[in-house]
Design a binder for this molecule. Structure first.
Ligand code: NAD
Ligand code: DAU
Length: 377
């Protein structure tokens, strides 16, 4: 049975995927109230929620709280006013987790624990008749918890084998969430999303970094041989699938959210440059990411059986994303100022200095014969 939630607490709702989730729900004008709790790290951006705050009807159903999910005093009253909590909050960039892992653990493990403890208190309140039902918690996780999937497609029962501080923190958060379901009977569901792209994507990640660099005719730092494979999921499809699992998922269950297309990075870059009308000569082959996962690929049968279908083919989503970045230059220029240069220098300075011209990408759409993961169509 599809569940309705009148009051949502969305943690990390000022980030890339969380803000899409919030914008889409409030734009439906069905009376849902949303509170966003966000620490506004370098990745959080109130401008991502401007469509909500600038619309009087949506703004009346929206509240923004600037705070940390690891702060129990902030979280407790917000949990007590929520029918469901959707946790997008995390440090989300693998490269930054290799440079500075600690914040990943603080938010991904301690922060998740604080949310769980708040839900436990609310479950006790419900059992004592002080509220109608305990809040449902949806933990947004990632396909990276499976580690590199060199063959086939990981089902939800595959072993967790994370290989970066980012994915290890995400796996730890998941295990805590599941333990609270088993031990305390909390109503939880979990999603493992694929590589996501679209409007409002922070320009530190592959697709928006390469779009914005190419628009400025700057070099594009392609790691290693560029043959690592990712399965790309449009952001509105990721947010929609999260909402579908929130409303329909079975308590305690995990759902893979695969993308629309598995592609090697080189092919993504070729398509992107073709669309932008920029030359392949911008691409530099640079030193690889340490421990770089070669491939992510998930089986989507369980989500399909729950009734969800992605709506956005990769070519359509990529074109929309590029158009959005062209039309929203002030948004990404503001991010690529301030401490951006220091990060860029630390991550790419010596890589680009030691980089070489990348061999031309000639192959037409080198989509894998397996490019449609089971259950994704
Ligand atoms: P993002 O980095 O764009 O946004 C993260 C948001 O969380 C930011 O607004 C940030 O300010 C906030 N935040 C960070 N620490 C916080 C804390 N301690 N308390 C409160 N707020 C905090 O990330 P995203 O790409 O939107 O990813 C959202 C979630 O989805 C993450 O949990 C990520 O692991 C997961 N995910 C992302 C992808 C992807 O490709 N982007 C794919 C699968 C899963
Ligand atoms: O798979 C889901 C994950 O996707 C999410 O859990 C993460 O939050 C999200 O950041 C993303 O992780 P990736 O590491 O796959 O994404 P990223 O955009 O950083 O890199 C995509 C691929 O491109 C990867 O193989 C590394 C490569 N890459 C990335 C950057 C930033 C480059 O070749 N050069 C780059 O400069």
């Amino acid at each position: 049975m599809t569940r309705q939630f009148g009051r949502l607490l969305v943690t990390g709702g000022a980030g890339f995927i969380g803000s899409c989730f919030v914008r889409d729900i409030l734009a439906r004008r069905d009376g849902t109230h949303v509170t966003v709790l966000d620490k506004l790290t370098y990745a959080g951006n109130r401008a991502n929620l401007a469509a909500v705050t600038e619309d009087p009807e949506q703004a009346r159903r929206f509240r923004f709280v600037h705070g940390d999910i690891a702060d129990a005093a902030v979280v407790a009253p917000l949990a007590s006013g929520a029918d469901a909590i959707v946790n997008f909050a995390a440090e989300s960039h693998v490269d930054r987790s290799i440079l500075d892992p600690e914040a990943f653990l603080r938010t991904g493990v301690i922060g998740v624990h604080v949310l769980l403890e708040a839900c436990r208190r609310e479950a006790e309140a419900a059992a004592a008749g002080r509220r109608a039902a305990a809040p449902r918690l949806l933990q947004v996780s990632t396909d990276e918890v499976y580690g590199s999937v060199d063959e086939g497609h990981a089902t939800e029962s595959a072993p967790l084998a994370p290989r970066s501080p980012y994915s290890a923190a995400k796996a730890a958060g998941e295990l805590l969430v599941r333990s609270y379901h088993v031990t305390y009977g909390l109503d939880v569901v979990l999603t493992r999303g694929s590589n996501t792209y679209g409007p409002f994507h922070h320009p530190e990640k592959l697709i928006p970094l390469f779009i914005t660099n190419a628009l400025d005719d700057q070099e594009l730092p392609l790691y290693g041989d560029g043959l690592q494979r990712r399965d790309w999921l449009y952001v509105a499809d990721h947010a929609g699938a999260v909402e579908h699992v929130l409303r329909n998922g079975v308590p305690g269950e995990v759902y893979n959210l695969p993308g629309d297309r598995e592609l090697p990075n080189r092919e993504v870059v070729r398509l992107l440059l073709e669309h932008l009308g920029k030359p392949w000569s911008l691409v530099r082959q640079v030193e690889d990411r340490p421990g770089h996962d070669r491939r992510y690929a998930m089986d989507g049968s369980k989500l399909k059986a729950l009734g969800w279908r992605n709506r956005t083919p990769f070519e359509v989503g990529l074109a929309a994303t590029i158009d959005w970045f062209r039309a929203n230059e002030p948004w990404w220029r503001a991010i690529r100022s301030g401490d951006w240069d220091a990060y860029y220098q630390r991550q790419y300075g010596s890589r680009l200095a030691g980089g070489v011209a990348a061999a031309p990408a000639t192959a037409p759409a080198a989509a894998s014969p397996e490019s449609g993961p089971p259950g994704a169509a």
